[in-house]
Design a protein around this ligand. Structure first.
Ligand code: AMP
Ligand code: MG
Length: 480
């Protein structure tokens, strides 16, 4: 099979690419392959399982391909790091998918690169399958995200707290351009490079910006809108990214870098799972304001392109940043209207009802995801399952009466409210088994979260929250 891998990033932006080769795998074994995504990319799944396995490891790339580690900088927990880059990842090149879109084919865990600093360049089976299941669940939930194509066990041990089996994740993204990519280009002081990067980003992601009066400001506005939309969608599904550093924020508006991320169970804006986020900087409820903070860092990188005069450039950036909240509120309110089955009700009424009921979920310690699904039953006339969850029933009944008077659409609610999300206890269970060699729980979990809105009686345990004690002590890890 001949694969047409382009080298657009490397040829447009050689200063941001270090050509590099993946480490070979002593005993490769395909653990999971996304056959639907492979099809979209024009890759034959049978070929990938056999002679094409080397593509998924980077050990056998097509003639003319130019695998490279990408350079980027980033604010990590608020502190600027001028040189991060792909320490254990490689961009293999770009593919054109069935719809004519350009998609990056990228590897994670493919060995040390010149950006590896102290790291070993490797990844373990557990965290790579974790990215696979959570990113694919996000896609199934309708949230823009990088996609997972495959996980291949390498046969090489990886040393963390214990010895773990190593793996490489092959992932696909509309690009890997990050806010941190612009921060890196800006910090070199090379204005033509920054301009070329911005032009590359416009061509790939926001082509209409090219025709605007101020193309670079239009690029900035488009990224603000895309990120406001993205983070609103995270909030609607209860997703906590966990490490919203500027190197983990894309220009495309796709979710990227599934490290310490997790789904919230009981509704609480202060929910944090990441073991390294001790101050709760990236808590669930902080995500919109962190996104705005990151976009301000993006603006700083772009300032020289906005206007020669720095004062004027700052004014323009501030005006654009002011639009974030409106974009966010509109997307969130529209999503909440669907979750509550009230698509034709004015936004302020939806916002008011949503705010009230979320406060009640928090006060009663209720699971965010299953609440909305049970609420649809109340819209159909059976309020008992959802009422049974509340301790403070009088307050909820008052809300319920007002909500029902608006004639909520239960079928719409079922299309907007997932039954299955990758719950922490289920993900842990699946990864522990997979690390020990049993992929059956992982496959069962994928089947559940791959069709999140379609309730299946035999999958009941996948719909239930974890034990409160488990969730309370649950921690996720970064850079693993
Ligand atoms: P992340 O927290 O995954 O976004 O990674 C932050 C930075 O650390 C990036 O520059 C990664 O390439 C790098 N990194 C993470 N883990 C490793 C590793 N095991 N070896 C080399 N670099 C790593
Ligand atoms: Mg990252």
């Amino acid at each position: 099979m001949s694969i047409a891998l382009q080298d657009r990033f490397v040829s447009d932006l050689p200063e941001l690419a270090v050509r590099w080769q993946a480490e070979s795998a002593p005993e490769p074994r395909l653990l999971v392959l996304n056959t639907v995504l492979a099809g979209e990319l024009g890759l034959d799944p049978d070929w990938l399982r056999g002679p094409g396995l080397g593509l998924l490891l980077g050990s056998d790339v097509p003639e003319g391909a130019a695998p490279a580690a990408q350079a980027y900088a980033g604010h990590q927990f608020g502190g600027f790091v001028p040189r991060l880059g792909d320490g254990r990842a490689l961009l293999l090149g770009e593919l054109t998918d069935a719809e004519g879109r350009m998609r990056d084919l990228h590897l994670k865990g493919s060995g040390r690169t010149p950006f590896a600093r102290g790291g070993d360049g490797l990844a373990a089976v557990g965290p790579m399958l974790r990215e696979y299941v959570i990113s694919e669940a996000m896609h199934a939930l309708g949230v823009p995200t990088t996609r997972a194509l495959a996980v291949v066990a390498t046969g090489r041990p990886v040393y963390r707290e214990t010895q773990l089996p190593g793996a490489v994740l092959a992932r696909v993204a509309s690009s890997h351009l990050r806010v941190g990519t612009f921060q890196y280009a800006a910090s070199t002081g090379d204005r033509p490079l920054l301009t070329r990067l911005a032009d590359h980003a416009i061509a790939r992601h926001h082509p209409s910006a090219a025709d605007a009066e101020h193309p670079y400001l239009a690029l900035f506005d488009a990224v603000i809108a895309a990120q406001a939309d993205l983070v609103a969608r995270w909030m609607l599904v209860g997703f906590i990214h966990g490490v919203m550093n500027t190197d983990n924020m894309t220009i495309s508006g796709e979710t990227i870098d599934y490290g310490p991320c997790a789904f919230m169970e009981a509704y609480d804006p202060e929910t944090v799972y990441s073991s390294i986020d001790s101050w709760g900087r990236y808590a669930y409820g902080n995500q919109p304001s962190v996104a705005l903070w990151n976009l301000a860092r993006f603006a700083e990188a772009l300032l020289p392109l906005f206007d020669e005069d720095t004062e004027r450039a700052i004014k323009l950036a501030e005006t654009s940043l002011h639009a974030f909240q409106g974009h966010y509120d509109r997307r969130w309110t529209a999503g909440m209207a669907d979750k509550l089955g009230l698509p034709h009700v004015p936004g302020d009424v939806v916002g008011g009802l949503a705010g009230e009921v979320l406060t009640q979920l928090q006060q009663n310690g209720l699971d965010y995801t299953s609440f909305f699904r049970r609420l649809a039953e109340a819209a159909r006339g059976d309020a008992e399952p959802v009422r049974g969850e509340f301790i403070d029933l009088a307050t909820f009944d008052d809300w319920l009466t007002r909500w029902r008077a608006l004639q909520p659409d239960a079928d719409l609610m079922d299309r907007a409210n997932p039954v299955y999300i990758p719950r922490n206890h289920l993900v842990e269970e699946a990864l522990t088994a997979a690390t020990a060699g049993d992929l059956a729980p992982f496959e069962a979990l994928m089947a559940a979260v791959g069709s999140p809105f379609e309730e299946r009686a035999e999958l009941e345990r996948y719909a239930e929250p974890g034990q409160k004690e488990f969730t309370a002590s649950f921690r996720t890890f970064c850079g693993t």
